[in-house]
Design a protein around this ligand. Sequence first.
Ligand code: ATR
Length: 280
Amino acid sequence: MIISGKAAVAGVMGWPVSHSKSPRLHGFWLDHYGIDGTYIPMAVTPDEFETAVRGMKALGMKGCNVTVPHKENALRLADVATERAKKIGAANTLIVQDDGSILADNTDGYGFYENLIQGAPGWDATKGAAVVLGAGGAARAVIVALIEAGVPEIRLINRTSARADNLASELDGNITVVDWASRELALAECNLLCNTTTLGMTGQALLEIDIFDLPKTALVNDIVYAPLVTNLLDKAMAHGCETVDGIGMLLHQARPGFKAWFGKDPEVSDDLRDYVLADG
Ligand code: ATR
């Protein structure tokens, strides 16, 4: 794609950043919509992150995505932040506003929920409890989004229960912490099972969970997308549950940033999914 001297410039800051799928994802949309813009990977060390963030205004950039290990710092350094970024305690999207100030947003929870409703349009978040496995940064974004969507009860389960206790005490909502050893008991009568741990990811151990007690009406989602069909999703399909895979969370979380920087709310299409997944 050839750009002009007026091109809008955005990108992703991470350390490392070479694994990021975001340049490919935003590049697809820029090309698809014929937008005069570019989205570049920026390998920024933690020591230089603040200088890099401040430099965006100086460079006339529209903003950037932020990935590991900069997400908490991004929120701290921004001039203003959205409510959801404050609740999650981290930012993944920075927007240089017209007056030069930097707005921090966190679109991970948004991307998570948009993926669920695109993948399972008939599913109703308000119909019952959600079981969330994991208590890291991803779990925090997922829980904030589920509470916002009206889920009446969250059953939070993590190998290290102290981490789950901390997370539950920091978030407003009906959150019950269940021991990792009792995870199967927590599945009874739930409406959603979501894995936010790294278990099941290529190169990691499998997620061991017996889903015999999981209602067949429950939706099952894994935020792991490599492999696309994790052992949890495979088991859930065999059990008769509807499933939504994790790649859509990555695709949908990118939409608000793209809209702010390039002026278009982009579509998450099958072509986009295939293109991003073809990246190995
Ligand atoms: P992220 O920010 O992406 O959520 P994280 O903070 O590293 O990543 O969290 C990883 C999650 O996977 C945690 O909930 C972790 O459990 P612990 O808090 O007990 O570490 C979970 N996890 C990773 N490996 C695990 C394993 N072998 N068994 C159970 N849970 C595991």
